[in-house]
Design a protein around this ligand. Structure first.
Ligand code: ZN
Length: 281
């Protein structure tokens, strides 16, 4: 038990809001303050996965330095001193994936930003909601769907998007386009699509599905862009049970770290929702 003197008044921190963020393990609060626990002598970032102490044992401080000055030690689980460095590492990895022709392997990515692969994998997932590999796949799928609309042939489009072999794309096009690439290029000819717009913490999200997979997941509040990109497909609004099921999955998907760049945040969220929808069948 240390630091039994009453805590000095804190001007910068709203204690109730801080407790709420700590209790909810809110990642967006990381870096804004640290949580020192009097009974253990340890300080944590707000999102630390450790069990929550009672509120009267907790003290909120505006920086790791302040916590150390008050005699607390950094938690070995959440590494509160590394928040800024972690964020930089994730941002650098995202930039590397976005710029790469083909997705860089985890080992190389982690080495580039100076972390051990396993640790980096975990912190990337914590910040974005998806693994580095899943983020890279999402980036490549986004490129492929763009290229399919622009390039003269499916094969040319897939090479353009960074696929070493078209067969790799065909293998997941069912899930990722909801149809074969050739059908996609023909505007969704003969394909039946069910769509809905679900509210999410990041804004309205259009989800369009076929019997085979996802035809479109995008931050849009109506089906206009969907019908423009797939003019030959048959579009139907989802029935109530389907709409509710999709809304539940979207609501349950956690938003990525708000300090990530917006395009990466949106892509990560779309990928996390897509994964959850596909896993739910
Ligand atoms: Zn901790």
């Amino acid at each position: 038990m240390i630091d039994i003197a009453p805590a000095p008044a804190l001007h910068a921190i709203d204690e109730d809001a801080a407790w709420e963020a700590f209790h909810a393990r809110d990642r967006s609060a990381d870096g804004r303050f640290v949580v020192a626990v009097r009974t253990t002598g340890i300080y944590c970032r707000p999102s630390c996965a450790a069990r929550r102490p009672r509120r009267e044992h907790v003290r909120f401080l505006d920086s790791p330095q302040a916590a150390r000055a008050a005699g607390f030690r950094a938690c070995l689980r959440c590494l509160p001193d590394a928040v800024a460095r972690d964020r930089q590492a994730v941002a650098a990895a995202i930039a590397a994936i976005d710029a790469a022709e083909t997705p860089p392997p985890l080992d190389r990515l982690a080495a580039q930003v100076g972390y051990a692969p396993h640790h980096f994998h975990r912190l990337f997932k914590r910040a974005t909601g998806v693994t580095p590999a899943a983020y890279a796949r999402a980036r490549r799928t986004a490129r492929a769907t763009q290229a399919l609309a622009a390039e003269p042939s499916v094969t040319a489009a897939l090479y353009e998007a960074g696929y070493a072999a078209p067969s790799r794309f065909y293998a997941d096009s069912d899930q990722r386009l909801g149809m074969a690439p050739g059908q996609w290029r023909r505007g969704g000819e003969g394909v039946s699509i069910v769509w809905t717009v679900a509210p999410s913490s990041m804004g309205p999200l259009l989800v369009a599905m076929t019997e085979r997979g996802l035809a479109r997941v995008a931050f849009e509040d109506d089906e206009r862009a969907l019908s423009q990109s797939l003019p030959a497909a048959e579009l139907r609004p989802a029935d109530t049970p389907t709409r509710d099921r999709i809304a539940r999955i979207v609501t349950a998907t956690e938003a990525p770290d708000p300090l990530l760049a917006e395009p990466a945040r949106r892509l990560s969220f779309i990928e996390a929702v897509s994964r959850a929808l596909l896993d739910a069948g």
